[in-house]
Design a protein around this ligand. Structure first.
Ligand code: C6P
Length: 429
């Protein structure tokens, strides 16, 4: 009997590389072989995919796991008594255990599947927020938040009369810790902060932020959308109260995310949505809710994508987080050094600690035009405000050109980016 699990696992069993003390070593070319989408031409040139902060590409094992699930195992989970339902449930719950290990959560019950980082943050704002935050209480975020970590808190403030405070940043794009400390008081009930800025690449000192917030009794949510793919994120050593992230930035499928929470908080929070799966017993006189995590997973969940996400987590494990991080850091340094030699190149975000994102402007040119010209050469970058309009305002700009690197990118690709950016910049500088 074949199952989607066996079929997709086969894809990683190849002996591509020798085993080293750090784990298996793969060359970039071998890693690229695992990503079918990379091997194509765009506008007559080989694709250079540098939009990884928006979404990473998917290894073949993830794609095949999706198809194989629908070909072999498709069934609804947690309810049917038949074999397919049992199998689908087993694989779905197996991914939950893998996520638990990935972030070092104390238990898999503290791992809730959502649609993405956005939904995870909205869940906390709507449930924890509505239950435990009231008039005059203060919520702190930073200037460099993604709209997903601004708007849900604004909505909560509108509904409750709580007050939103914003930590300022330096010209380099770093949080000003002294200002943060000045904002903290017994009125501070919640701090929600991005671990790695999607627009600047800044790595924020989240451990320090968490410790300082806890000292005044506030709870902390870490937006890990951009950090979980580059850094080791250990929820127990960080001691964060909540962590939100998306599978699609981690080589996994779109439309799937994770919310981690501390057990006592998740248990105290009311449900997010009502429906099947989140109940223990329903009676017209009243309903009792299910235990965590199911209390927060109303309705039929995204079964196929959860099961396929397992393969993305295995990819991470096989390549090794350290190897991924060091390769990406090498690319970031190489790209920053090389593009900085171009006349008219203006970097945006020059924090001491950064990962994988190079945001820039070309003097005299609109970022959108630069992006269009790069696309003509097969180079995919993101241009615009990157869903961080208040951050762009802070820098007095409309947007940037953003190149973001991943484990499958090469120095040759950065050379191509350099050649195109040089050519474009020469027109105006
Ligand atoms: N940033 C980018 O191109 P979702 O869309 O729910 O998967 O993730 C939202 C989100 C939240 N926080 C941060 C720091 C993010 O970077 C993102 C997504 C993408 O930068 C799309 S706007």
């Amino acid at each position: 009997m074949k199952t989607s699990e066996i079929i997709a696992s086969d894809l990683f069993s190849s002996d591509l590389a020798p085993t080293t003390p750090k784990g298996k070593y793969f060359s970039v070319d071998e890693i690229r072989e695992l990503f079918p989408i990379l091997h194509q031409e765009v506008n007559g040139s080989p694709l250079v995919y540098l939009d990884n902060a928006a979404t990473t590409q998917k290894p073949l094992a993830v794609i095949e796991a999706l198809t194989a699930y629908y070909e072999l195992d498709n069934a609804n989970i947690h309810r049917g008594a038949h074999t397919l339902a049992a199998r689908a449930t087993e694989y779905y719950e197996k991914t939950r255990v893998s996520v638990k290990e990935f972030i070092n959560a104390p238990s898999e019950e503290q791992v809730i599947f959502t649609k993405g980082t956005t939904e995870s943050i909205n869940l906390v704002a709507s449930t924890y927020g509505r239950e435990f935050i009231g008039k005059g209480d203060e919520i702190i975020i930073s200037t460099m938040e993604h709209h997903s970590n601004i708007v849900p808190w604004q909505m909560l403030c509108q509904a409750t009369g709580a007050v939103l405070k914003v930590i300022p940043i330096t010209d380099a794009g770093e949080i000003i810790m002294e200002e943060f400390e000045k904002m903290l008081s017994t009125k501070t009930k919640f701090v929600s902060v991005v671990h790695v800025s999607n627009a600047l690449g800044t790595v924020n000192p989240v451990k320090e932020i968490i410790d300082k917030a806890h000292a005044v009794g506030a709870k902390v949510l870490v937006d890990g959308a951009q950090s979980t793919s580059h850094l080791s994120v250990d929820v127990q050593s960080l001691d964060c109260d909540f962590l939100a992230f998306s599978a699609h930035k981690l080589y996994g499928p779109t439309g799937l995310g994770v919310l981690y929470g501390k057990r006592d908080l998740l248990e105290a929070m009311p449900p997010y949505q009502g429906g099947g799966e989140m109940i223990k017993e329903v009676d017209f006189a009243g309903t009792t809710y299910n235990d965590i995590p199911f209390k927060f997973e109303a309705g039929t969940p995204n079964i196929a994508d959860v099961i396929a996400f397992q393969k993305a987590l295995e990819f991470f494990q096989i390549i090794g987080r350290e190897n991924i991080h060091s390769h990406e850091q090498e690319l970031l340094t190489y790209a920053t050094d090389k593009l900085s030699t171009i006349n008219g190149f203006i970097p945006v975000g020059t924090a001491k600690e950064k990962v994988s994102v190079l945001s820039f402007l070309i003097n005299g040119m609109h970022p959108f035009d630069v992006g269009m010209m790069l696309d003509a050469g097969g180079i995919a970058v993101r241009t615009g405000h990157h869903c961080t309009q208040p951050l762009m305002k802070r820098f007095g700009i409309e947007g940037t050109v953003r190149a973001s690197f991943s484990v499958y990118n090469t120095k040759n690709e950065i050379d191509t980016l350099y050649q195109w950016v040089s050519r474009i910049a020469k027109r105006k500088n």
